[in-house]
Design a protein around this ligand. Structure first.
Ligand SMILES: Nc1nc2c(c(=O)[nH]1)N[C@H]1C(S)=C(S)[C@@H](COP(=O)(O)OP(=O)(O)OC[C@H]3O[C@@H](n4cnc5c(=O)[nH]c(N)nc54)[C@H](O)[C@@H]3O)O[C@H]1N2
Ligand SMILES: Nc1nc2c(c(=O)[nH]1)N[C@H]1C(S)=C(S)[C@@H](COP(=O)(O)OP(=O)(O)OC[C@H]3O[C@@H](n4cnc5c(=O)[nH]c(N)nc54)[C@H](O)[C@@H]3O)O[C@H]1N2
Ligand code: SF4
Ligand SMILES: [Mo]
Length: 580
């Protein structure tokens, strides 16, 4: 876990952020201060390189604007005017208000609101235990890859060990900007090119840095991907390259799907997608004739009204091409190690069926006069919903309600924290122990604590224990240590002490195969009507920033400067630089 070299202590940890790579790092500690973090060289997937956002993560920990003690609001909601209070006072006020809300409106009037600011089991899940025991409303859905989640719930396969992509001969990077968003994945893709001349084709409306590094870039019109995928399937069928009988093993509606495909000849596809007809035919032939081929999908194209059609159509195309049967082939959207965050969150603590509320509709829900019971108490962590949820104007109107009691636990005074009644300071990854799963590979990663918490920052496990005690909730699960909470997510075969020493563990699961008992549906990839007027044609895309992690790091001077100088163009009208 720790090695001393002269007077530098080396502590194995991992990046907590919402990224497919979940890098392992080594924190260098001198005199109880982290002087740098460097990528762990021996990690088979992330191989010693941290990204442009995180390579100086210690700067985030020591940032002058870090929240280091609890605050209580003294100005209007959103004004950002707070006064310093003690943890005891903060926890007492939370217990009083949450208790009062449960008495007056029932426990479902309370709601936790969290996302993936940290993938760690302690930071993501410890506080969930509290709300499970209370019987609070449960957040549901996602504002990230929800189209993929919906297809996975139907039984569609959406990933395998990404290291196997080195065996692919053709890689369609479809709506993913890997060199910005998951650059360790790009390594395995370029390895395939180096080892056996695999071709890399990027399908993206924007000529991203990933598109620049590929063999070919297809600049598709946004939101038309399902049409292209159906058109490529059309080419597979007409050229005799479709694996129809194999598709019947996966799906119950192959004839219906083929009838849908028949409606999309390349000439019609070309028109809608803005791609020359001959390119559609050539791409279809290449995808059908090359084996194995893989579609490497991103999250960006899932986040539109046509997101579900996009996912279904590319899943169907990978199956019709017969690519799942070969090592390195198929569809890759996400991959996971064997790690059960709902166990860390104490799923057994939920009694009955508290209602589920869709986080993507948080704004409308917060201002809905009919919602019964109304949301009266919120606790937000790992998320900046005032910026990242759809319809932020309504979200902020909801957060501004004077009858809503909001607790935000954060590292920084975010746009969301400005609306809080109580702000609690959270530890950063260098200041706590945690264990992380992943959503882009199959490694579980440990994060050993490098330094003591700064100021009065506390881990979410500690915050949970304090609030539970103040509310007189005495379930044993609410007294467990951070290490116990994190370990609850591990498969029983994993030795925690060994994991702490090693830093990571690969927990591969087998590649998906057809399930005769749960056949999936391939048909139904219809997309909405095509734009007719120039105004309708305007589509705003929100690709990820190279130096930001969603809204995180937007306060950090280095990342801010890099975003401004490298990516933005001054607006012709105002001359201002935009940060995105
Ligand atoms: N640097 C950095 N890395 C990140 C993040 C970050 O904010 N910054 N965020 C992390 C998170 S939370 C996520 S979910 C992932 C997202 O990872 P990605 O999905 O790779 O990232 P995006 O930029 O959202 O979208 C990828 C590409 O999709 C394209 N796109 C948008 N609409 C369409 C469409 O209709 N069709 C097609 N074909 N392409 C389209 C965009 O132009 C963009 O280049 O990245 C993670 N990694
Ligand atoms: N316009 C637009 N909206 C989007 C997207 C987009 O591309 N464009 N992307 C969507 C996607 S893919 C996603 S995943 C979401 C992301 O939306 P959010 O989850 O809101 O993402 P972040 O902005 O990174 O906010 C994470 C917050 O968690 C905090 N945090 C990090 N670690 C910890 C911790 O250990 N403890 C505590 N208490 N806080 C911590 C950070 O300081 C940060 O403020 O946004 C979605 N919304
Ligand atoms: S954000 Fe992603 S690529 Fe960057 S260090 Fe963290 S896990 Fe690695
Ligand atoms: Mo995301």
């Amino acid at each position: 876990m720790e090695v001393s070299v002269s007077d530098v202590r080396l502590v194995k940890g991992s990046c907590p952020l919402d990224c497919q790579d979940t890098c392992s790092w080594v924190a260098h500690v001198e005199d109880s201060r982290v002087v740098k973090v460097v990528g762990a060289k021996e990690h088979p997937f992330t191989r010693g390189i941290l990204c442009a956002k995180v390579k100086d993560y210690e700067q985030r920990t020591y940032a002058p604007d870090r929240l280091l003690h609890p605050l209580a609001r003294v100005g209007d909601k959103g004004s950002g005017r707070f006064e310093r209070i003690t943890w005891e006072n903060a926890v007492g006020r939370i217990a009083d208000r949450f208790g009062g809300i449960v008495d007056d409106f029932g426990a479902e009037a309370l709601m936790p609101l969290f996302f993936l600011g940290s993938l760690g089991a302690v930071q993501h899940d410890a506080l969930r235990r509290l709300f499970h025991v209370l019987g609070a409303s449960r957040p549901a859905g996602s504002v990230c890859g929800q189209a993929g989640n919906a297809l996975a719930a139907e039984g569609h396969p959406r990933g395998f060990d990404p290291e196997e992509i080195v065996h692919a001969q053709l890689i369609l990077v479809w709506g993913a900007n890997l060199l910005t968003t998951a650059h360790h994945h790009w390594h395995f893709i370029t390895q395939a090119r180096k080892l056996h001349g695999a071709r890399i084709i990027v399908i993206d409306p924007i000529r991203t840095r990933t598109a620049n590094a590929a063999d070919e870039h297809i600049a598709i019109k946004p939101g038309t991907d399902a049409v292209l995928a159906l058109g490529l399937a059309h080419v597979l069928v007409t050229e005799g390259l479709a694996h129809v009988e194999h598709s019947r093993e996966w799906a119950s509606d192959v004839d219906e799907y083929l009838a849908e495909v028949a409606e999309w000849p390349p000439s019609r596809v070309a028109d809608i997608c803005g791609i020359p007809e001959e390119d559609v035919v050539r791409l279809g032939r290449e995808f059908g004739a090359t084996s194995p081929a893989v579609i490497r999908s991103g999250i960006g194209p899932q986040q539109s009204v046509n997101g579900e059609a996009y996912m279904r159509s590319i899943s169907a195309l990978a199956i019709l091409g017969g690519h799942w049967s070969n090592r390195g082939g198929g569809l890759f959207v996400e991959a996971y190690p064997d790690f059960d965050i709902n166990a860390a969150a104490g799923r057994h603590l939920v009694t009955g069926e508290p209602r589920e509320l869709d986080i993507a509709r948080m704004g409308p829900l917060l201002v809905d006069p009919e919602l019964d019971p109304p949301i009266k108490g919120l606790m937000v962590w790992n998320m900046n919903p005032a910026v990242s949820l759809p319809d932020t104007t309504t979200v902020r109107r909801g957060f501004a309600r004077t009858d809503l009691f909001t607790v935000v636990i954060e590292h920084f005074m975010t746009d969301t924290a400005r609306y809080a009644d109580i702000v609690l300071p959270s530890t950063t990854q260098l200041e706590h122990f945690d264990i992380l799963g992943a959503w882009g590979h199959q490694y579980v990663s440990v994060n050993n604590q490098a330094i003591a918490p700064l100021g009065e920052a506390k881990s979410h496990g500690e915050a949970m224990r304090l609030i539970a005690a103040a509310m007189d909730l005495d379930h044993p699960a609410l007294r467990e240590s951070d290490e116990q909470i994190a370990a609850a997510a591990l498969p029983t075969r994993v030795d925690l002490d060994q994991l702490k020493l090693d830093g990571w563990l690969k927990t591969s699961s087998p590649k998906p195969t057809p399930d005769p008992k749960n056949k999936i549906r391939l048909a139904g990839s219809s997309i909405g009507p095509q734009p007719e007027t120039p105004a309708d044609m305007l589509r705003l895309l929100t690709p990820k920033g190279h130096f930001f992690m969603n809204t995180s790091f937007a306060n950090m001077p280095r990342q801010r400067k890099a975003m401004k100088t490298r990516r933005s163009q001054p607006c012709r009208r105002t001359g201002h630089n935009s940060l995105q």
